[in-house]
Design a protein around this ligand. Structure first.
Ligand SMILES: Cc1cc2nc3c(=O)[nH]c(=O)nc-3n(C[C@H](O)[C@H](O)[C@H](O)COP(=O)(O)OP(=O)(O)OC[C@H]3O[C@@H](n4cnc5c(N)ncnc54)[C@H](O)[C@@H]3O)c2cc1C
Length: 236
């Protein structure tokens, strides 16, 4: 297989490296000492259009592919920000793909653009205590209720969960029996909460998702609504 980058792909890599060079080691060291999210970096990546690199132009993206997104993320991780920088932007870049692919036209229009502009920050909540890479073992369930879904389950290792106020998760619905089928994608949102010092410190947390009134699309199980994760606790 030929892994040689095309001219366009090299252009992406160079542009991202140049962008990241505006955030020197001192910037990341300061964020590390303060234990806060790199808001300036995240905003600058949104303003430059990088958060939407892999989603179509009709929802405000750049219309490129996952390969270009991976090249971009590698360049981000290569910068002084390392995985801290990469983790601050990987949610928008990769996490919205299920909404893009399986959401209704209305859900795509409503959920994706504010994430790409940086107005909404999201994390993705997939990993569970007994399910890591093998997502066929996921147990979180989404049950249909009037006007949406009720989501019950336990999630761990969720990067930057609290400040975002929103999570793209992957519960099972009644129509996705465990353990042989893939779970449905579900984008949950809840009211934004102030960034507490505790949540700002947390890098990997567990949260029990006790409720989510979503808006089903009737087919793929994509939903959004008000979630109420319990107080996040540090794990592992
Ligand atoms: C810093 C950090 C941040 C994270 N942030 C998030 C987040 O934001 N959201 C989220 O949902 N999760 C997050 N995670 C969780 C992370 O994605 C999981 O750790 C990952 O899915 C692996 O799951 P696991 O640790 O249970 O390992 P397992 O899935 O149990 O895997 C253990 C080992 O077995 C190997 N293995 C597993 N399956 C196979 C197979 N079929 N064949 C061969 N080898 C296999 C793996 O390569 C690995 O070496 C984060 C983790 C870390 C460390």
């Amino acid at each position: 297989m030929d892994f040689t980058l095309t001219d366009d792909q090299r252009g992406i890599r160079d542009a991202v490296l140049e962008h990241c060079s505006r955030f020197p080691d001192e910037y990341w060291l300061q964020r590390d000492h303060e234990g806060v999210f790199p808001h300036d970096f995240h905003r600058s990546m949104a303003e430059s259009g990088w958060l939407g690199v892999a989603v179509p132009e009709d929802v405000g993206g750049g219309g490129l592919g996952i390969t270009e997104a991976a090249i971009m993320m590698q360049a981000v991780a290569e910068s002084g920000g390392g995985m801290t920088a990469a983790s601050s932007v990987h949610g928008p870049v990769f996490g919205m793909q299920p909404v893009n692919l399986f959401g209704t036209a209305e859900q795509r229009r409503r959920m994706i653009p504010p994430v790409l502009t940086g107005e909404h920050r999201i994390c993705f909540a997939v990993t569970e205590p007994d399910a890591g890479l093998d997502t066929t073992r996921l147990r979180t369930r989404a049950e249909r209720r009037d006007g949406g879904y009720l989501v019950n389950g336990e999630k761990i290792w969720i990067s930057v969960p609290t400040p975002s106020g929103r999570a793209r998760t992957a519960p099972r619905t009644a129509s996705t029996p465990s353990p042989t089928s893939w779970p449905a994608a579900c984008a949950c949102s809840r009211r934004p909460s102030p960034e507490s010092p505790r949540s700002r410190r947390s890098r990997a947390t567990s949260a029990t998702w006790t409720g989510c009134a979503g808006e089903p699309n009737g087919s793929a199980g994509t939903a959004t609504g008000g979630c109420s994760p319990s107080t996040p606790t540090r794990s592992r």
